[in-house]
Design a protein around this ligand. Structure first.
Ligand SMILES: *Cc1c(COP(=O)(O)O)cnc(C)c1O
Length: 371
């Protein structure tokens, strides 16, 4: 389906109808899983490291939702690497002090190998971030951040960064294209871990890069072909199938997250809750300005590290695992990962899924009591 055939449709509808085969008598409704490594000569794509129709269907659907051209990758970090791969050796990247641990590790690795320079800043301080863009090639934003739930001002930062000649990248994993479209706020590149909300079932790893212009699209596609971080066709099929129900899953999970955040904030054993949907959250106003909802991930602090660990081990419904964005509610104490040295010792990240909210609350309340 061409992009103009989607004009006027709501995102919830686009998630269902985009990326389908042409509407012809006898045609399949879904794009099949194209399991082939090669194609008969003479066509547009000759080898499956360069293209696969199962990826294209998924990319078309995500691209329509984000308002750009999407390229899928083997994982979120594969997508991050392809974006960093666009920079020449010696380039300076401005990045959030509290960026996702994997992104920070990838940036740190580039610095260690002498390929890139990184300036870590508090990106919620727009003036300081724009000042750091002077002489830099790229500013990396994440909104909201994983797991501190901080929110930078995407539009204001993009404007200042562009004046300094900086490319603006936004990791949109937590918001999803349903709640926030960074390209429309001025970003040049959007990155996703599709492993999370988009695929949504904790059964597949995939990443996405979305760009606005043809040249950047060609450059990122070239990086994907050369580095080989391509998704499998089965993964692309599953991710697209997940995307079809994203509006439903997210609506339910987000509503439950709002309820749980409020109740946790009032709980005697909880000292602090981070969720931009709480009116008292320091990032609430900014999030309300650039997002159409506050998402389904929150973080809370309770007791010390040992207490928080016991809370995570005491639930019955909520899975004690890393990762997020699935129909299953998951949680963990983030500091159990040695690389994540910037989060409070007792911070528990809670990714709310699609179970009944009262079952989730009972589970959390009892775990806090048992711990
Ligand atoms: C998980 C995550 C990534 C990395 O994605 P993978 O699919 O695990 O490689 C990148 N950014 C954010 C915000 C994430 O949560």
């Amino acid at each position: 389906m061409a992009i103009d055939e989607h004009q006027g449709l709501h995102p919830d509808t686009l998630a269902v109808v985009a990326g389908r085969p042409p509407r012809e008598p006898g045609a399949a409704l879904n794009v099949p899983i194209h399991l082939t490594s090669t194609y008969h000569a003479g066509g547009e794509v000759g080898y499956a490291r360069d293209g696969n129709a199962s990826w294209t269907a998924f990319e078309d659907a995500v691209g329509v939702l984000e308002g750009g051209q999407a390229l899928s990758f083997a994982s979120g970090l594969g997508a991050v690497a392809a974006v960093l791969d666009q920079l020449p050796a010696g380039a300076v990247v401005v990045a959030p002090r509290d960026a996702y641990t994997g992104t920070r590790a990838a940036l740190g690795d580039e610095v260690e190998r002498g390929r890139l320079q990184v300036r870590l800043v508090d990106v919620t301080d727009t003036a300081a971030t724009v000042a750091a863009c002077e002489g830099a090639a790229m500013v990396w934003l994440e909104s909201p951040t994983n797991p501190m739930l901080t929110v930078p001002d995407i539009a204001a930062t993009a404007q200042g960064a562009h004046q300094a000649g900086c490319t603006v990248v936004v990791d949109n994993t937590f918001a999803t294209p349903l709640l926030q479209q960074p390209l429309s706020l001025g970003a040049d590149v959007v990155v996703h871990s599709a492993t999370k909300f988009i695929a949504g079932h904790h059964d597949v790893l995939m990443g996405i890069v979305v760009v606005r212009d043809d040249d950047r699209h060609a450059a990122v596609a070239r990086s994907r072909s050369l580095r080989g971080a391509i998704p499998g066709p089965v993964e692309a099929f599953l991710a697209l199938r997940g995307l079809r129900t994203l509006p439903l899953r997210l609506a339910r999970a987000q509503a439950s997250a709002g309820v749980l955040a409020q109740r946790l904030a009032e709980h005697a054993a909880v000292s602090f809750v981070r969720y931009p949907g709480l009116p008292t959250d320091p990032h609430h106003d900014r999030a309300a300005k650039q997002m159409s909802g506050f998402g389904a991930v929150l973080a809370f602090e309770a007791g010390d590290a040992e207490f928080a660990e016991r809370v995570c081990e005491s639930t019955r419904v909520i899975a004690h695992t890393t990762s997020l964005g699935g129909i299953e509610t998951t949680m963990e104490r983030r500091r159990r990962h040695p690389l994540e040295d910037f989060t409070p010792e007792s911070l528990i990240r809670l990714s709310v899924g699609c179970e009944h909210v009262e079952d989730l609350w009972t589970d959390l309340d009892r775990a806090l009591e048992r711990a």
